[in-house]
Structure formats: C-alpha cells, structure tokens
Ligand binder design. Structure first.
Ligand code: FAD
Length: 581
C-alpha cells in the first residue's frame, strides 16, 4: 500500500458520519432501484442517491423490456428446457468475449429475480412474439424470453413522488410525452384511420383517462414501458421506507484500512455529507453513453455525437471506483449497444435523437451509403444495423447512412419523427428544417444528399425488382424470422420488400447512437467490483451499465440490458445482505 493510500485510509476511518444506512445505491435506473427495493424488502436501511432531479435514468426512456430466458411464464407453460437453449445461444453469440460464469449467474438468477419482483408487485407480461436478435443461431428463441412491464398507475405514487418520475421521450408518447401507450396499442390505435370501432373505443378510453389526469397531474398517470417499470420500483421502494436523495453528487468513495468501501462523500442541498454504508455501496449510474470524453476513449470511430440515453449517465461512478483501484473491462470491439438514429429539432429548439427501431423493416425502404449502395438487410436489429454501418464505413463513407423511401411508404408507415398519415403542413416543416429531403426523382434526391446518383438509381431499381419476385438476392431481406416479424404482414410476396416508385422520394440520415455502453467496471458473479489484480473490493458492487456487459457488447434479444441490470442489482443486494459487515 502506498503512503498516499495509507493516509487516505487513516483519514477515512475516524470519520464522524452525517448519515448512516445499510445499503447506499448510486443511480436510480432499473438496476439501482432493483437493488434498493431488495434491500428495503429484506429489512435494511437503504438510501438511493440520484444525481439528477428525476428517478429512472435511461430506463425511464426505454421500453422496459426485460430479457429473461427460462422465465416463470415459460415454466408455467411447461417449457422447461429454455435455460439449456439459451446457454447454447449465448455460448455461440458471446463466446469468450465475456466471462462465461457471469452469464451463468444471469441465467440462474434472472428467473428468480422475476419471481421475487412479481411477489412484491413489480409485474411483467410475456411478449410471446418478440424474436431474439440472432434467430439464425441455434438456441435462439422465437418468442417468450422478452418480458414487458405491466402498465403502472402513477396515482399510486401520490403527486410529489409522481413528479419525480423522469418523463418519457416526448416522441414516444402522445401529446408531447403526456399520454403513454403500450407498443401493442400503437397498431391498434392506427386502426382509427380504417374506421375500426375497437380502435375508436380504445382511443376514447385512453383519451378520457388522460383528460381526467390532466386536471390533477402534469401528465397522464397511466404509465407504460420503462416509465411503468421505474415508477413501480420507486413505489415499492418508498412503500418500504427506502429513501432517494435527488440532485446528489458523490465526490468520493470512502474506504477503511483494509480497503473495504464503507461510505461516500456526497454533495447534497449545498452541504458536503459523509454517508456511511454499513453493508454495501452499489454503483448503478448507467455507464457513460452521455459522456463525450469517455465515448471518444472507448467507442469506435467516427465517434457518436448523440445519444438517446439519459443525460445523467456520464461515467462518474466508473471514475469514482477507478480512483480506489477498481478494474474496467474487458474491452470489446465497439463497447456499446447501438441505435441508428435520425437527428431532428423540436419547435422549442431542443435536439431530438430518434432511434429507428422497427421502421427499417417495413416494405419499400432501402438504406444506402455514400456510394448509393445497400450494405445490409435493413430489417435486422438496430444493433446489427449500426454495426453494419461501421463495417461499411471501412470501405466507403457510410455515416450518415441514408434511408430512402417513397411517398406511399411515408404516408403508410411513417419514418422517424414523421408519423403515418402526417398532414402535409407538418411534413413540409420537416423538409424545411432539413430533417427530411424530398425530390421528384431518385437522381435529384441522390444529388441533393450527396450520394452517388448512379449507385442509388441501381439500388432502387434492384429493390423494385426484388419486391416483385419477393427475393432479395443481395441481402436476403425477408428470410429472417426477426425481420419478418416487423415487416408488414399484409404485404406480399415478402413482408419486408416493397417497390420505391411513387414520387416524391424521400431521404433521411441516420447516425450511430449508443443506447447504452457495454464496457464498465469489472465485476464477479456476485456483482462485486474487482480491483486490477482481480480481487473483489469488499463492500463495492456494480450493476446495470456501470458493470461491463455480461454479453460482451453482443445483443442477444430485446431487454438484455434491463434484464441483466435488474438481475445483478438483485444479486448484489442479496450478497451484501448475507455478508457480515
Ligand atoms: C429509447 C431506448 C429504449 C430502450 N429500450 C430498452 C429495453 O426495452 N430493454 C433494455 O434492456 N434496454 C433498453 N434500452 C437500454 C436501457 O434502457 C439501458 O441500458 C438501461 O436502462 C440502463 O439501466 P441502468 O440502471 O444501468 O441505468 P439508467 O437507467 O440510465 O439509470 C442510471 C441513473 O444513475 C444516475 N447517475 C449517474 N451517475 C450518478 C452518480 N454519480 N450518482 C448518482 N446517480 C447517478 C443517472 O442520472 C440515472 O438516473 C433502451 C435505451 C433507449 C435509449
């Protein structure tokens, strides 16, 4: 031990404490709140420090999907071999890019975590049709591993706590983020345009509830997706007398003579407070997707300039842990999970980072690089699509990538910020702002966006021929179960292939944006942070994106980040609860 560390330990062991708790959690996303709820449920004092004014982090923006193979729903249906299939799947997909024992811990404790949370009232529904992101790999599931949070009634929180739940992404809910709906309800509501009575009834039901809510609350209280998950966990925590300090910035982790973590120094309400953690400090700050410096250090080039993740996730927790000797890594090629996103502006001038999650799979769209050439099956998962952008960039400029559609596509399916059936005046606004480009011929469009005109004409001609035969001879779009799932089932002969021949034509730029980082603190199977010699740092845990992903920057299926975050949050607290402080 160096003189400097000895001095630091001496200075921290005779401390008088301003506040004491058993479990101190830094960060209030799914991982941190799961850890905190377990602590409170097991009868421990628990304090969550949240550096922003809201609970929820990126989780509150997310769909809240939780990927748990071999989950209780599957068991209830008599499917008892999913754990075996998932192991095979992950061994092939992840291999030695991440320690095998970590995914074993995930597979073993994930189902347990779901059962535990359900008993407390944090309930999920099974998404039976959500296909894993690599259906070509043996052991992939064609549905059943992804769990959707059940809608949560925000009124249960009371007005003050409700205001603390981070509002959703405005573009992902109606009325600028005020009325949340489930993903399944989007399609149902679109039936209003076809005059479907069921759709009208649903619209009325949701509308009336929302209008009543607005007389008492700043937004609708029927929460869905990640917002529902966060609000429910926050409700469970406060109901068990767990506390959250908002706008609380941790400036130092405190250790004792042995190097064990025993608390933190926290700047809160204008004071610097020494907070003792008798059992554990759990780091759950959500990684560093919002930190430009760490993005430059760890993510591939060209470095992403934007993210849809929460602004609080800037790697502070990783830096704090490193300052007491914690290890980071192991590093993978791209160290993040990705969305291709278009970048727009709201009327108030704020930036919109709009992830293109499902629209790329609809028939009548091609994605091209600066040569005007396609380079991928556009209907693959967002992570695979963005990786393909980086791959293509190695030989020809491909960032931004251009999504090309025609007017029929745009009206029917929408694209990014452009909703289906958008009135002409609003469409014109997007064109004037430069978000969307429009021309009457493919050649003019290519020239406008700086793409090779001959290349683009050829790509569109090929697409149109493929859409007649139903066979994408170049990239096999429509052959994968994953892509098919998000195409248009009414469209034949191939749900993902349609002609681009109805002018005007449109182009929209997409760039890589990390939805979460995959490199973080090195942890063991108990979620303990380890030091650079591989030894666990006593009293220090990390979960969610603060820990290096157990998937090694691979993306097996919808919900693997929230799923792993909650599972390791649960594991961390269970371990801390069992240790002798
Ligand atoms: C639009 C979108 C949709 C997504 N959908 C899904 C999905 O359905 N399923 C899925 O698995 N993944 C999804 N993801 C990714 C997923 O949301 C995140 O990876 C995950 O929620 C991260 O959880 P977390 O608990 O680690 O961090 P977060 O949810 O980001 O929470 C971290 C919290 O810690 C706070 N914090 C940071 N530093 C400190 C500090 N020093 N002290 C105190 N507090 C601190 C932050 O302010 C934040 O509130 C999506 C991402 C996006 C952007």
């Amino acid at each position: 031990m160096t003189d400097l560390t000895t001095e630091m330990h001496a200075a921290t062991t005779d401390a008088s404490w301003d506040h004491e708790t058993d479990v101190l959690v830094l960060g209030s996303g799914a991982a941190g709140l799961a850890s905190a709820v377990v602590a409170a449920q097991e009868g421990f004092d628990c304090l969550v420090l949240e550096k922003t004014e809201y609970v929820g982090g990126t989780t509150a923006y997310s769909a809240g999907t939780c990927w748990i193979p071999d989950n209780p729903f599957q068991r209830a249906e008599g499917i008892d071999d999913d754990g075996i299939a998932a192991r095979e799947y992950l061994d092939t997909l992840v291999g030695d890019r991440a320690p095998r024992e970590l995914r074993e811990a995930y597979l073993q404790h994930g189902p347990e975590m779901v059962t535990y949370m359900s008993r407390l009232g944090v309930r999920f529904w099974q998404s039976t049709t959500v296909v894993d992101y690599h259906p070509e790999i043996p052991g992939a599931s064609s549905g059943g591993r992804a769990l959707e949070p059940q809608p949560f009634d925000g009124r249960k929180l009371g007005k003050d706590h409700f205001r603390r739940v981070r509002p959703p992404v405005p573009e992902f809910a109606l009325f600028g983020g005020s009325l949340m709906i489930r993903r399944a309800e989007v399609d149902q509501l679109l039936g209003v345009y076809r005059g479907s009575a069921r759709s009208v009834a649903l619209a009325l039901k949701l509308g009336v509830r929302w209008a009543l809510d607005r007389t008492r609350y700043p937004r609708g209280t029927r929460l869905t997706m990640g917002n529902a998950l966060v609000a429910n966990l926050y409700h469970q925590l406060t109901a068990r007398r767990g506390a959250v300090w908002f706008n609380a910035a941790t400036t130092e982790l405190l250790t004792d003579r042995t190097g064990a973590v025993i608390g933190a120094v926290v700047a809160h309400q204008g004071r610097e407070l020494r907070v003792r953690a008798r059992r554990a400090v759990v780091l759950a700050g959500g990684g560093f997707p919002a930190d430009p410096e760490l993005r430059r250090r760890y993510l591939p080039h060209p470095v992403a300039q934007f993210t849809r993740a929460g602004e609080g996730s800037t790697g502070d927790t990783m830096r704090l842990a490193q300052s007491i000797g914690a290890a980071v890594g192991p590093s993978c090629d791209d160290n993040a999970l990705w969305f291709p996103s278009s970048i727009g502006r709201r009327r108030d001038g704020t930036t919109v980072v709009f992830p293109h999650i499902w629209d790329r799979a609809k028939p009548g769209l091609v994605a091209v690089n600066s040569a005007g050439r396609r380079f991928v099956d556009e209907s693959v998962s967002y992570h695979r699509f963005t990786r393909a952008m980086y791959d293509s960039e190695k030989s020809v400029p491909s960032i931004p990538t251009w999504l090309i559609v025609d007017s029929r596509y745009l009206a029917k399916y929408g694209l990014g910020m452009i909703y289906p059936h958008l009135p002409k005046a609003l469409l014109t606004r997007h064109i004037k702002s430069g978000y969307l480009h429009s021309r009457n011929t493919i050649r003019e469009l290519a020239i406008t966006i700086g793409v090779d005109p001959g290349g683009l004409e050829q790509a569109v001609a090929d697409n149109n021929a493929f859409s007649t035969t139903g066979v994408d001879a170049a990239f096999h779009k429509g052959e994968s179960l994953f892509g098919k799932q998000y195409g248009d089932p009414q469209h034949s002969p191939n749900p993902n292939l349609g002609p681009i021949d109805n002018p005007p034509y449109y182009a929209l730029a997409v760039v890589p944006t990390p939805l979460g980082t995959a490199i973080g603190l090195r942890t063991d199977t108990e979620a303990r942070v380890v030091d650079t010699s591989g030894k666990p740092i006593v009293g220090l845990y990390a979960c969610g994106n603060d820990a290096t992903s157990v998937m090694g920057a691979e993306y097996p299926g919808a919900g693997c980040q929230v799923g792993a975050g909650m599972t390791f949050g649960y594991i961390a607290t269970r371990h801390a609860a069992a240790r002798n402080p």
